[in-house]
Design a binder for this molecule. Sequence first.
Ligand code: NAP
Ligand code: ZN
Ligand code: ZN
Length: 346
Amino acid sequence: MPSVNAFAAVSATAPLQPIIIERREVGPRDVLIDIKYTGICHSDIHEVRGDWGPCPYPLAPGHEITGVVAAVGAEVTRFAAGDRVGAGCLVGSCGKCDACLRGQEQYCSVKAIWTYGDTDVDGTVTQGGYATQIVVTDRFVLHVPDALPLDTAAPLLCAGITTYAPLRRWGLGPGKKVAVVGLGGLGHIAVKIAHALGAEVTVLSQTLSKKEAGLALGAVDYRATGDPATFQELAGAFDLILSTVSAPLPMDSYLSMLTVGGVMVNVGAAPEESGMHLRLLNRQRILTGSLIGGIAETQQMLDFCGEHGIGAEVEVIAAEQINEAYERVLASDVRYRFVIDVATLA
Ligand code: NAP
Ligand code: ZN
Ligand code: ZN
């Protein structure tokens, strides 16, 4: 089996470190990707630090992957060596259940296979994109439009699709008002996409420290959630609220900012129990969640971003800076996505 350089967590508390991992041989439906860039998603940090339960160590995280095709298996027709491609959170699903047939592989009723920390079809643990190469079944490989540089495109493979999917699903467009809660990796791309869809965007951030940058991304208003007046002044203001916050959020207070029939989508931390039912039934408001997006929709999102010139705002780092980057993400000190230059792993 081919060995590749990677950067991995070995425990919930130790710093990530260089290791060698194994990739499977390229099978008939496989694509071998030379990874160029991998974004650091907050989910990488949740996973390797055990926030979501036990983690199989050693584990190389990373599911915002862009690169160039190095080789393809004999039955692959949609990709060829040299193609600019991406891979996101998913590397497998049954392909036959209702969810898969609807193009929502992330909700596969048999089993979605996640890019890292999951059990692959051959029983091995999947290893992610903090590595120089990855082998992915062709069905889960995406084309990156020529208009998008590979570094700013990498975060689209998770942060992009996770925000694009609910914004489309809930009909965001001209005449609609949306609030994006949290201006981090997901939040800043949500602002760009919502603006490109023609909606009126407000950012709800803990403080006003990123106000100028948030307005430059396409928001028309920017409010601090640390100020209680924000919730009174914006009562009933939004058709849609998208929370990208990585910590528990008092959903109840946010629901009051929805108009009649308004929708609150949470893609960040799980909502806490509260008396929120009154806020829902009095105005027929909808609180819902969302998990990334399907593969066809991910391609649609990449094409949309290509047409609108939307990439992430990135800070490209060397592999040896990953641990420092994790601390800065945890301190909400990132503008707005760290992306690993995988050449520094070679
Ligand atoms: P991130 O870059 O760290 O951004 C999260 C933002 O949340 C921060 O920038 C901060 O924004 C805000 N925030 C952090 N702590 C907060 C607190 N205690 N109270 C209020 N706001 C707080 O993280 P990310 O990579 O965008 O990921 C965000 C969350 O989405 C994570 O939990 C991640 O696991 C999850 N996620 C879910 C999916 C899915 O499919 N549903 C996919 C990807 C990621 P301000 O500084 O503006 O306040
Ligand atoms: Zn992610
Ligand atoms: Zn399925």
